[in-house]
Design a protein around this ligand. Structure first.
Ligand SMILES: [Zn+2]
Length: 338
């Protein structure tokens, strides 16, 4: 079954149900996947890009492959070991066919595509498949290749990937390697990089569709995420209204013009968890404002970045303390605080 067909069959109201909310993102992604198109998911760290890509892999059906580590189709193997007929057949689930590559300037074309082993090239001949050690892209065969922050990878690698996508083959050194592996490519970028200087070339971008994944659409959705994904400490009560206020505060930071980087959903989960443990340490059964306040420096301060004009006049933790104090005062006035 082709991936396209899988996603057509899985078409429900909530195909990617590991992600809470994000209806628009899910719809766009599904639409791209049905047509077998490559995508770049543009979103801030911590919004769930990896979870979404893993969810795509999870939807892929269990298949019979060779046990070579490259998910070779037994009828049509691609790796040196299988071509030498040394593999056994195994069943492998979609979620096991998820390969993550972290885009960084150190990443090489060889990491991604593979390399020619000089000793084996001498033994078997330079153009023999036995001399080739397949790279990560082959491990994603019949699965999902998740390329995180693809724009941070060197241009040379981007060009090699482009060649793979366009021609199904790639040149390593003086060798042309046919790349018959089949995979769904989901790459990511941070919005600042997408808008800023670390842009991908136009030729490269032209090969992809862009899927925007923003912060949770509402505080109530974020509350769902936080309470489902966050740890719950036994015996500690976290008042719903109080949690909502904290999440509204975090949400407000995302629109705060003083900040260059705002806290992610991970920060929200962090505050939720640490406030509970602080309540426990402070010998309380119910989370109080003070427990949240005590976790702020450790959880939030490094997750924000002040604008350059402010960075030298105030520390992030002091800035947060000020903002939080003001926020709580306003919530008290408006009667939102429990
Ligand atoms: Zn193989």
């Amino acid at each position: 079954m082709k991936p396209q067909e899988v996603f057509m069959e899985n078409l429900t109201d909530d195909t990617f149900n590991d992600i809470i909310g994000q209806a628009q993102t899910k719809k766009q992604l599904l639409s791209a996947l049905i047509m077998g198109r490559h995508v770049i998911v543009v979103g801030y760290p911590g919004v769930g890009k990896t979870t979404l890509a893993k969810n795509v892999a999870k939807l892929l059906p269990e298949i019979m492959v060779n046990d070579c580590g490259f998910n070779c189709d037994p009828q049509n193997p691609i790796c040196p070991r299988c071509l030498n007929k040394k593999s056994k057949h195994i069943k492998i689930k979609g979620e096991r066919r998820f390969i993550r590559i972290q885009g960084s300037p150190d990443l090489t074309v060889e990491d991604l595509i593979g390399d020619i082993d000089p000793m084996k090239a001498l033994e078997f001949g330079p153009l023999s498949i036995e001399a080739f050690t397949p790279g990560k892209i082959f491990k994603a065969n019949n699965g999902v290749l998740f390329f995180d922050e693809i724009n941070r990878a060197p241009e040379k690698l981007q060009n090699a990937l482009l060649q793979v996508l366009e021609e199904g083959r790639v040149t390593i050194g003086s060798y042309d390697i046919d790349l018959t592996s089949d995979f769904i490519l989901i790459s990511t970028m941070n919005p600042e990089d997408f808008a800023g200087t670390e842009k991908l070339s136009e030729v490269f971008l032209d090969r992809f569709d862009i899927i925007i994944m923003d912060y949770p659409e509402s505080v109530s959705i974020e509350k769902n995420i936080v309470t489902i994904k966050g740890e719950k400490l036994k015996g500690i009560i976290f008042d719903d209204q109080l949690l909502e206020i904290i999440l509204k505060f975090i949400e407000s930071l995302r629109h705060n013009k003083d900040l260059e980087r705002a806290p992610s959903v991970r920060a929200s989960i962090g505050l939720y968890e640490r406030a509970q443990s602080n309540a426990f340490i402070n010998k309380r059964k119910k989370v109080q404002l003070e427990d949240i306040y005590e976790s702020m420096e450790s959880v939030l301060a490094h997750r924000i970045k002040l604008k350059a004009s402010l960075r030298y006049t105030i520390k992030p933790e002091e800035y947060l303390a000020q903002q939080f104090k003001r926020y709580i005062e306003e919530s008290e006035k408006s009667g939102d605080l429990p």
